[in-house]
Design a protein around this ligand. Structure first.
Ligand SMILES: NC(=O)c1ccc[n+]([C@@H]2O[C@H](COP(=O)([O-])OP(=O)(O)OC[C@H]3O[C@@H](n4cnc5c(N)ncnc54)[C@H](O)[C@@H]3O)[C@@H](O)[C@H]2O)c1
Length: 113
C-alpha cells in the first residue's frame, strides 16, 4: 500500500513533487492545497515550459484533479489548518512558508502571506 502525501502550496516545489511521486509505487499524492484556482493549477501543472507536458494529468474541477485516473483532492485555503489533512495523508510537504507537522497535529508556525 502506498503512503499518502499531502502538499501545501503547489508552486515550483509542489508541482515538481507531484510529477516525481507520480512515478512512484510507494507514494501517492492524495491532497493538494493552494489558493490559486483549479484551472490555473491544472494548466501550470500540465503545461510546464521547463519540464514539458505532463500527460498524466487529464482533468480537473473545483475540488479535484485527475492524475493517472486517480483523484487528488484540491483545497483552496489560505490557512492550511482548515484542511482535514489527516483524512488524506500520512506525509506532509510544506512548500509554502514554514510548517511543522507533529502527526496528527499540524502546527502552522509562519506563512509568507
Ligand atoms: N524553490 C527553491 O529553490 C526554494 C529554496 C529554498 C526555500 N524555498 C521555499 O520553499 C517554499 C516553496 O518554494 P517554491 O519555489 O515552490 O515557491 P512558489 O512561489 O513557486 O510556490 C509557492 C506556492 O504556494 C502557494 N501559496 C501561497 N500562499 C499559500 C497559502 N496560504 N496556503 C497554501 N499555498 C499557498 C502559491 O500560490 C504558490 O503556488 C517557499 O516558502 C520558498 O521560500 C524554495
Amino acid at each position: 500500500m502506498s503512503v499518502k502525501v499531502g502538499i501545501n502550496g503547489c508552486g515550483r516545489i509542489g508541482k515538481l513533487l507531484i510529477r516525481f511521486l507520480s512515478e512512484s509505487d510507494n507514494f501517492e499524492v492524495a491532497a493538494v492545497n493552494d489558493p490559486m484556482p483549479s484551472a490555473t493549477l491544472f494548466n501550470l501543472l500540465k503545461y510546464d515550459s521547463l519540464h514539458g507536458k505532463f500527460f498524466d494529468v487529464t482533468e480537473f474541477n473545483d475540488d479535484s484533479i485527475l492524475l493517472n485516473n486517480r483523484k487528488i483532492a484540491l483545497f483552496h485555503e489560505t490557512d492550511p489548518k482548515n484542511i482535514p489533512w489527516g483524512e488524506y495523508n500520512k506525509l506532509f510537504c510544506a512548500s509554502q512558508g514554514m510548517i511543522l507537522l507533529i502527526k496528527p497535529l499540524l502546527l502552522v508556525l509562519t506563512s509568507r502571506n
